[in-house]
Design a protein around this ligand. Structure first.
Ligand code: ATP
Length: 373
């Protein structure tokens, strides 16, 4: 956002009540949701801190939207409890919860101006005209749409329309803002720009965001913490760096970023044996004899031609070589192990390989995560 964007100072009055709350923003205890035979959410416990940008990340059908809708009051749990700033939500309807939801389809009123769209909810609640004007102006300033108050949605770009939808939610001064794939309808470049704007906005207003996405890059870019979901359960809840560098299991390693998986068996503390009998160094606490899968990111693997001996130097043959602008992609087969993907940054001293080249595949032991499942 522009450097002259409104700061927390100008909005602190709005959100002072939120920051004084001591209870967590959102607390889920044993939340289950079934639709007939389908278990959409299979028992989830979660505490989201005040002011956190928290994302629910997972593949289609994993239950993330259902979980968000239960926080919003658009669905009710089959079992368990949901608290917002300590207050049990029970069967409270959406309009009696201190939350607002922003959806992918922003559904603005086409015949109303930007300012009228943003003011609509406050008008319905019969808020005084002066207060409406003041709050609408601040919300429009927050999303950087100053000067566009009189335009209609058809005169705005997709990104600007999504900002109106955000302003329409923020103007209600929610304690928690729920966002369900809000950038899904935007093209890639605009989506990436909006990711930075949203994070910046969230930091300035200081309210809790709960964000649903199936896009791992989006979640990594914006979130303080991320819950990776599959089949209605949380598989790991951690900050972006921990999720990426230390995934807890194979699903998370494969879903967040690209990963090579190599089957191995633990030899002793610090060494595993690959399928071709070669022993390599890794950090593992698993017992000797335990089958593990090694997760190794493509950008943490290097190719060389110097045939030095060493624990994590494995001979291979380049099968595919592709130029992708900022990096090269290689598929390298390792006898008795399988093929692995390697990304090499396109920097000036880089040595280029072609299909058929014999190479040494190397990595640092600390780059490998040994997983038992
Ligand atoms: P997507 O990214 O595709 O929106 P999601 O992770 O948000 O997926 P949910 O929409 O929460 O997943 O759905 C979880 C599961 O619950 C799915 O199997 C879905 O078909 C089912 N489901 C969701 N809502 C209903 C409903 N109203 N009636 C029956 N089944 C439902």
């Amino acid at each position: 956002m522009a450097p002259d964007a409104p700061t927390l100072r100008t909005t602190s009055v709005w959100f002072a009540a939120v920051s004084e709350q001591s209870a967590p923003a959102v607390e889920l205890r044993g939340v289950v949701k079934t639709f007939g035979d389908v278990t959409a959410v299979a028992g989830v416990d979660l505490v989201i801190a005040d002011g956190e940008f928290f994302s629910l990340l997972g593949p289609s059908g994993c239950g993330k939207t259902t979980l968000l809708r239960m926080i919003a009051g658009l669905e009710f749990p089959t079992e368990g409890s949901i608290r917002i700033h300590g207050a049990e939500m029970g069967l409270r309807p959406p309009d009696r919860r201190p939350v607002n939801t922003v959806f992918q389809s922003y559904a603005l009123f086409p015949h109303m101006t930007v300012a009228e769209n943003v003011a609509f909810g406050l008008r319905m609640r019969k808020v005084a005209r002066d207060e409406i004007d003041d709050r609408v102006a601040r919300a429009i300033g927050l999303v950087q749409l100053g000067g566009m108050e009189s335009r209609r949605p058809s005169q705005l770009s997709g990104g600007q329309q999504q900002r109106v939808a955000l302003a329409r939610a923020l103007v209600n001064e929610p304690e928690v803002l729920l966002l369900d794939e809000p950038l899904g309808a935007l093209d890639l470049k605009l989506r990436q720009q909006m990711q930075f704007e949203l994070k910046d906005l969230q930091e300035r207003v200081g309210i809790t965001f709960v964000y649903v996405t199936h896009d791992q890059e989006e979640a990594l870019t914006m979130s303080d913490r991320i819950a990776v979901m599959d089949a209605g359960r949380f598989l790991q809840v951690d900050g972006p760096e921990t999720l990426y560098e230390r995934p807890a299991n194979r699903f998370v390693a494969g879903f967040v970023g690209d990963t090579n998986f190599l089957d191995a068996v633990v030899v002793d503390d610090g060494r595993v044996r690959l399928g071709n009998g070669r022993e390599v160094a890794v950090v593992t606490t698993s017992d000797p004899g335990t089958p593990v899968v090694l997760a190794l990111r493509p950008e943490k693997v290097f190719l060389e031609t110097t045939p030095e001996e060493g624990t994590e130097r494995v001979p291979g043959v380049v099968r595919q070589s592709r130029y992708l602008g900022d990096h090269f992609f290689y598929e390298v087969s390792i006898e008795g192990v399988g093929s692995i993907h390697v990304w090499a940054q396109n920097e000036p001293t880089f040595e280029r390989y072609v299909a058929g080249d014999e190479v040494i595949v190397t990595w640092r032991p600390s780059a490998v995560v040994a997983l038992e499942d």
